[in-house]
Design a protein around this ligand. Structure first.
Ligand code: ADP
Ligand code: MG
Length: 670
């Protein structure tokens, strides 16, 4: 899309051609009707404007206030679309351009200078100047250098870091001109650029426009002041939306001048295409941080919801995890669905019948019982060579492994055949192995004496460590039949390990076992260590806690999200004009969307970070106070992630609203 040199002899080609441009507001037909109140009667502001503008012209459009000059300029600058008529830019119909192509035109072809300057209040003179290049993707260093050179060229070198409110009107207008030139400013659209200036500053701005016209820029100057208009080379007079006079086209000469005298500072820079995404995001983050910082009190209050949500999730998970770990440690040694049954040992006052294998079978037949492992237990001395060791001896059935979840780490477990044959085979615990086989020999296949009876070691039990200070690995286990006949001389199990199927029914099952055993032998006092029930209660508590925690997290994140949305809506509203400025200087919808999404994500990231830090602080405090806590990295990351996600979800709507703002409406907004 260039104003390519035409072949000699051809009629010069206009840069911009308007054919019967009409613009109406309100009513049904008007394009701008939806924002301006579709119910109002239609007013036509432009009544068929036809116009040709050539490259290098210095044109003034003059007319009384309300004659439609600004409306015309907005259409020329592609900030607004006509209701009817054709607009050809370099022979292409602008109506066929999509939003991105229009943004491209605003960015690469036009440079706007407004009566009200329209600078972004939160950014410095240099940053304001850089904005169009930012959207054009010029690298940061190049952008800075060019903005600085332009501002220096416009006598603003000493004011680079001043914000607009620290500058006079004339200085602000210079910044606006520098900004218009940032991407080359082939066509400068100036709407009453001197309107708000004193006569001296006004004269200076006019002198600058002359200089630009001499350097080959196409200047379209809009003014109600005839003396200002008189300085242009071509004067178009507009009255009530119609052109009433035109001093005549200056075809072509200016275009020749461009080629003849390129001006190094004012001329169009080589823009290298889109900036890298990380650079864009870095830029957006920096801008977002500044906005957030300037509203830090309001933002901070809004973020409390997210901070509290994230911190409470972390603290509650840590405390819940800590207490659960403490309880679980006691259960983990044996299966979590196992309870232990024994009877109170006989005494003179309370003669109680011992447990029998029949009892085990009876319990096995009860509902909800998955397995029963009877166990005879008593202290025995084991011996190998000249090493004696006093340990916990035991006799077990083949159900031992399954019911207690206790297998071998080496060798094999004795089996039903061993049980039937009353075989002299044994498995030993890790502690016994270390004592008797300190020489490092493989115990499997070796003989040991269990209470003076020789047994062959067939396996080593997997290590269980200690529970309640008792070393579970300090034991030797032989088949129940062998223990009964060869070691202890009686067949009475010391306890039964009972595995239940459904832990929610553990309580009933325990009662049934007790009743059954008392029925087998009246007068027995049955003892049940119902770990299952304790575990069930624990699990239930943990489940309730998780649920409550989840609810708290969800509620506070929703509250936080609504806060974020509220802040974002406020921000978008307060910065409507800034959005208009950015669009007028070439921002695409996605640039605006990205900027506001970045703000939302940044705000929630900060909230999430504060929440994580606060949560961890509380966890550390609790730990120092002796409360069992379990820190979970996953919980911290998860809570932080949820906070950021909240920003994405709740920030999207306001950001999209911002991106979809109509540029003319946004520019007019306060
Ligand atoms: P000028 O810049 O020449 O002073 P404008 O182009 O701003 O004039 O406005 C021309 C006419 O269009 C005015 O009568 C104004 O009231 C009307 N107008 C401008 N913008 C709107 C709008 N958004 N809705 C309705 N009428 C509008
Ligand atoms: Mg105007």
């Amino acid at each position: 899309m260039t104003t390519a040199a035409h072949a000699p002899g051809d009629a010069p080609r206009p840069l911009i051609e308007l054919q019967g441009i009409r613009k109406s507001y309100g009513g049904r037909g008007g394009r701008g009707g939806k924002e301006e109140g579709a119910g109002s009667p239609a007013t036509t502001v432009l009544h068929g404007i036809s116009l040709r503008l050539y490259a290098g012209e210095f044109v003034a459009v003059v007319g009384a206030s309300g004659s439609g000059k600004s409306t015309l300029m907005h259409i020329l600058g592609c900030l607004d679309r006509p209701s009817a008529g054709r607009y050809l830019f370099d022979d292409q119909d602008v109506a066929s351009f999509d939003a991105d192509a229009l943004a491209w035109l605003r960015r690469e072809a036009f440079g706007f200078v407004f009566q009200g300057y329209h600078l972004v209040p939160s950014e410095s003179a240099r940053e304001n100047t850089e904005i169009p290049a930012l959207y054009a993707g010029m690298p940061e260093a190049e952008r800075r250098a060019r903005a600085t050179a332009l501002l220096e060229r416009l006598d603003m070198g000493a004011r680079l870091d001043h914000r607009p409110h620290q500058l006079s009107g004339g200085q602000q207008q210079r910044v606006a001109i520098a900004r218009a030139l940032m991407n080359g400013g082939r066509i400068i659209l100036a709407d009453e650029p001197t309107g708000a200036l004193d006569s001296k500053s006004g004269a200076e701005v006019m002198a600058l426009l002359h200089e630009l016209a001499d350097a080959g820029h196409t200047i379209i100057l809009i003014t109600h002041d005839r003396s200002v208009a008189a300085q242009a080379r071509r004067i178009i007079e507009i009255r009530d939306g119609r052109i009433v006079a035109d001093s005549g086209e200056h075809t072509g000469e200016g275009a020749a001048a461009i080629a003849a005298a390129p001006s190094p500072v004012f001329s169009r820079p080589s823009v290298t295409g889109g900036a890298s995404l990380p650079a864009d995001i870095r830029e957006a983050t920096r801008a977002a941080w500044r906005v957030m910082w300037s509203n830090r009190f309001r933002t901070g209050l809004t973020l409390l919801g997210i901070v509290i949500g994230v911190a409470s999730v972390i603290v509650m998970l840590a405390v819940g995890g800590g207490s659960q770990r403490k309880v679980m440690a006691q259960f983990e040694t044996f299966g979590t669905r196992t309870m232990f049954v024994s009877v109170q040992l006989a005494s003179l006052r309370n003669p109680s019948a011992p447990l029998t294998l029949d009892d085990a079978l009876a319990v096995r037949a009860l509902p909800n019982v998955e397995g029963v492992a009877p166990y005879i237990e008593d202290r025995v001395v084991v011996r190998r060579g000249n090493i004696d060791h006093l340990t916990e001896g035991g006799g077990a059935t083949v159900d031992f492994s399954r019911v207690l979840g206790w297998g071998v780490s080496r060798g094999v477990m004795f089996d039903a055949e061993d049980e039937r044959r009353i075989a002299k085979v044994a498995v030993i615990g890790e502690t016994v192995r270390q004592r008797l086989f300190a020489d490092g020999q493989d115990p499997v296949g070796q003989d040991i004496l269990v209470d003076k009876v020789p047994f062959q070691v067939v396996g080593v039990l997997a290590s269980k460590g200690a529970t309640n200070g008792e070393d579970q690995d300090d034991r030797v286990v032989v088949p129940l039949s062998s223990a009964a006949t060869r070691v202890y001389g009686h067949p009475h199990p010391t306890w039964l390990a009972v595995q239940v199927r459904d832990i929610d029914k553990a309580q009933e099952t325990a009662a049934a076992i007790e009743a059954q055993l008392e029925r087998q032998q009246a007068g027995r006092h049955v003892l049940i260590w119902n770990r299952v029930e304790a575990l069930r209660v624990q699990t239930e508590t943990a489940r309730a806690m998780t649920l409550m925690l989840g609810l708290i997290a969800i509620v506070s994140l929703i509250v936080g999200g609504i806060g974020v949305m509220n802040v974002m809506l406020m921000t978008v509203r307060e910065r409507t004009r800034e959005i208009g400025i950015r669009v007028a200087t070439g921002a695409r919808q996605r640039d605006i969307l990205r900027q506001f999404m970045t703000e939302a994500v940044l705000v929630t990231s900060v909230g999430g970070t504060v929440g994580v830090v606060a949560g961890l602080g509380i966890v550390v405090g609790l730990m120092l106070a002796g409360v069992p806590v379990l820190f979970s990295l996953a919980a911290s990351v998860g809570a932080f992630g949820c906070a950021v996600l909240t920003g994405v979800i709740f920030g999207f709507m306001p950001a999209r609203n911002a991106a979809r703002l109509d540029p003319v409406v946004a520019l007019a907004g306060e």
